[in-house]
Design a protein around this ligand. Structure first.
Ligand SMILES: Nc1ncnc2c1ncn2[C@@H]1O[C@H](COP(=O)(O)OP(=O)(O)OP(=O)(O)O)[C@@H](O)[C@H]1O
Ligand SMILES: [Mg+2]
Length: 230
């Protein structure tokens, strides 16, 4: 059997994840098997603490499963060396978190192009593409502003441009609008869906917001019992 069947971009096989806890362990994910095709926009919901961020961390290679296998973007993620994981994350993934994680001493454009420069892209090319992406997220006039000079919603739009700079196949967003008010949430969401669709990305979006969850092409609900298609 091939590692990646059909057009599946992500495959999780019989995933179990437990963390050490006291004398025993805390089992967070059990029997999770899942396949996501290229181009799907998947919204993931579930109660706080059910393991949504853990699931994204396993797919993003930030953590390893206790059992089972994670395949993503052609890589056997759960079996990769740390060095190969760094390369996978830089080239194939774009992350947007609830907190923006922008570097405070760098302006918006410098933050956006950082992953491209780390990946070995020529500076002039990275800056051109970064500027284009900032235009696309509506921040063309704010390229030289520092994170402290931007609003919460603007910072998240910079973070989105940064997630797209290396043209990754997979975008993972973990409650990207969790810290924003209604109006800014809707704006960030609109741009997120517009750009992931236009650039033909696959999106995994964790959200507590049912309106946002309804905007994807597929909806998964995570519970103690496993993962449920809604
Ligand atoms: N590194 C860790 N060590 C021990 N326990 C952990 C670790 N990371 C997460 N957990 C526990 O695993 C469970 C799932 O956490 P996770 O962050 O995946 O939940 P979540 O669904 O993202 O929740 P939320 O909606 O609040 O963000 C929680 O009980 C959490 O305390
Ligand atoms: Mg979480």
């Amino acid at each position: 059997m091939n590692d990646m069947e059909g057009s599946a971009l992500i495959q999780l096989r019989d995933i179990r994840k437990a963390y050490p806890s006291g004398n025993g362990e805390l089992e967070v994910l059990r029997d999770i098997s899942l396949s996501v095709n290229e181009g799907e926009l998947v919204a993931i919901t579930g109660e706080s603490g059910c393991g949504k961020s853990t699931l994204l961390n396993l797919i993003g290679g930030l953590d390893r499963p206790s059992e089972g296998e994670v395949l993503s973007c052609g890589f056997p993620v759960s079996r990769l060396s740390e060095k190969a994981l760094t390369d996978y994350r830089n080239k194939s993934l774009g992350f947007v978190f609830q907190f923006h994680f922008l570097l405070k001493d760098f302006n918006a454009l410098e933050n956006v192009v950082m992953p491209a420069l780390i990946g070995g892209e020529k500076k002039s090319r990275a800056l051109d593409r970064g500027a284009e992406l900032l235009d696309r997220v509506g921040l063309g006039e704010r390229k030289d502003h520092f994170p402290s000079q931007l609003s919460g919603g603007e910072r998240q739009r910079v973070a989105l441009a940064r997630a797209l700079i290396n043209d990754p196949r997979l975008i993972m967003a973990d409650e990207p609008t969790g810290n924003l008010d209604e109006k800014n949430s809707r704006l960030v969401e609109e741009i997120l869906f517009e750009l992931t669709r236009e650039f033909n990305k696959t999106l995994l979006l964790v959200t507590h917001d049912p309106v946002l969850a309804g905007k994807g092409s597929r909806r998964l609900h995570l519970t103690q019992g496993g993962v449920q298609e809604l």
